[in-house]
Design a protein around this ligand. Structure first.
Ligand code: GLV
Ligand code: MN
Ligand code: MN
Length: 468
């Protein structure tokens, strides 16, 4: 451990428990208390001099509070981009950032940044963050612990008396989930400078035909603006980016390991397919006649996706048909249109691309054999994998060692905003265990002790990187 950092860790132990947070005297506290219905408080327990002091009770309350800002009933959480609940949730996050003494800014699509100026603010800051949008009927931890946990990591450092050299910045990314506009990691993709996306969004609408820009304006963003290039950040804007996240897989829990140090993020792709047939009366059009059933074309393609993925022979190749819609959707009508959305991923980009090509060929031959039109085959995104930065993973590993936490290296099979932050900054991810690896469903759960461990590793890693 370098001397300055050792001094910091020692000072954590020495000033531990002293009321260092100036935000407590801030009148905006009242707003937060009014908004959340519970008081902001210093951590009650001072049980260990060997750990950074995470306010676990406060953090759990914030997680629970945020989960109530949902479009579906508990225990499920649904928070769709730019919805009323999303706007309230954003206000909740900005309040917390303010209470932590961070200076808050938002960009044109609602990526939210909270900065703690370091002693050398001209140096590229160290950043951390995740997302708070939630797919329909999901849980309350995915993304959320990487935002609330990041703010708490800042609080931990402030309480400890740490003074950053490089500024530290918490980022809440807009729409990591593709739910509303079919585009995953929308905010971080734009931050990383995707010109294609900036163009595409000019003509993107949701399933209700609401344009991206109208939706953004409802939430108070993109006012008088069609040009989203203002969101782009230069490569090198950050010296490091770290994301804290639940594992969304079972390994850490099964092995009783506290921390996963992510070495790479799998390469995701998504595809939209439309078939068009003739439709007709379910009783009157006889089976031997050519039914041109667009629904059966979709069913055949869905099974083909499974076959191609299994043919890869690797456990790392996955494929899912998560959306399958039939038109007109009447029991007594042969489907005249079908719509599929296919998600396929692999840690090996070439192998994933082979699967995509097989899916395409299969869609073409199904269309020919069944006499239906393949009216759309659109690869929405075909992203390469991302590798973590060695210096960041080393910093995370030594943080685990110093905090006496077990850890292991692992890959991320889910995608994250980190996949895109890696395009403009060295990147690393910290995983914590979650119950049975459940995610994207209401049963998702992470124990507060595990979350607190993740926050401590994050805080110490941020501190190390801030002094680097
Ligand atoms: C992110 O939520 C993913 O689908 O991996
Ligand atoms: Mn997710
Ligand atoms: Mn996530």
């Amino acid at each position: 451990m370098d001397t300055k950092l050792r001094g910091f860790v020692l000072s954590v132990y020495i000033v531990f428990g002293l009321p260092v947070i100036t935000a407590h005297n801030d009148p905006s506290n009242k707003i937060m208390e009014d908004f959340s219905g519970y008081p902001i408080h210093e951590p009650q327990s001072q049980d260990s001099l060997l750990s950074l002091s995470v306010d676990s009770e406060g953090l759990q309350k914030q997680i629970d509070e945020l989960s109530t800002l949902s479009e579906t009933p508990a225990p499920s959480v649904t928070r769709i981009l730019y919805s009323e609940k999303d706007v309230l949730a954003r206000r909740f996050i900005k309040n917390l950032m303010g209470l932590s003494g961070l200076s808050v800014r938002e960009d044109a699509v609602g990526n939210i940044f909270g900065r703690w100026d370091g002693d050398e603010p001209e140096l590229a800051p160290v950043s951390t963050g995740s997302h708070i949008d939630a797919i329909p009927y999901s849980g309350k931890y995915d993304g959320v612990i990487g935002v609330l946990g990041a703010i708490e990591a800042i609080n931990v450092l402030k309480r400890s008396g740490f003074k950053p050299k490089r500024s530290l910045e918490v980022i809440m990314f807009t729409s990591e989930e593709p739910t509303r506009f079919g585009i995953s990691c929308l905010g971080s993709r734009l931050l990383a400078g995707s010109k294609e996306l900036a163009e595409l969004l000019k003509k993107t609408v949701d399933s209700q035909n609401i344009s991206f820009f109208d939706a953004a304006r409802f939430a108070g963003y993109a006012n008088h603006l069609q040009d989203l290039t203002s969101v782009f950040l230069e490569k090198g804007s950050y010296s490091a980016f770290i994301e804290l996240h639940i594992e969304q897989g079972p390994i850490l829990e099964e092995e009783a390991t506290s921390i996963g140090v992510v070495t790479a993020i799998a390469a995701p792709a998504s595809i939209k397919v439309d078939f068009e047939g003739s439709g007709g009366h379910a009783g009157a059009v006889l089976m031997p006649m050519s039914r041109n059933d667009a629904g059966l074309a979709a069913a055949e393609l869905a099974l083909a996706v499974e076959k191609f993925v299994l043919e890869s022979g690797s456990i790392d190749t996955v494929g899912t048909v998560g959306i399958l819609e039939l038109h007109p959707g009447a029991i007594n009508s042969i489907p005249s249109k079908s719509h599929l959305e296919i998600d396929t991923r692999d840690i090996d980009e070439k192998r994933r691309n082979v699967v995509i090509e097989k899916i395409h060929q299969s869609a073409l031959s199904i269309s020919e054999n069944r006499g239906v039109k393949l009216s759309e085959f659109k690869i929405v995104n075909q992203d390469p994998p991302a590798l973590s930065d060695d210096l960041i993973t080393m910093a995370m590993e030594s943080a685990c060692q110093e905090l006496n936490l077990t850890f292991r290296k692992m890959i991320s099979r889910a995608y994250h905003d980190s996949l895109f932050m890696a395009r403009i900054s060295p990147m690393g991810m910290i995983f914590i265990p979650c119950y049975k690896g459940y995610s994207h469903k209401p049963e998702e759960f992470a124990a507060i002790e595990d979350i607190a461990n993740g926050v401590r590793v994050l805080a110490l890693t941020l501190a190390k990187l801030s002094l680097a």
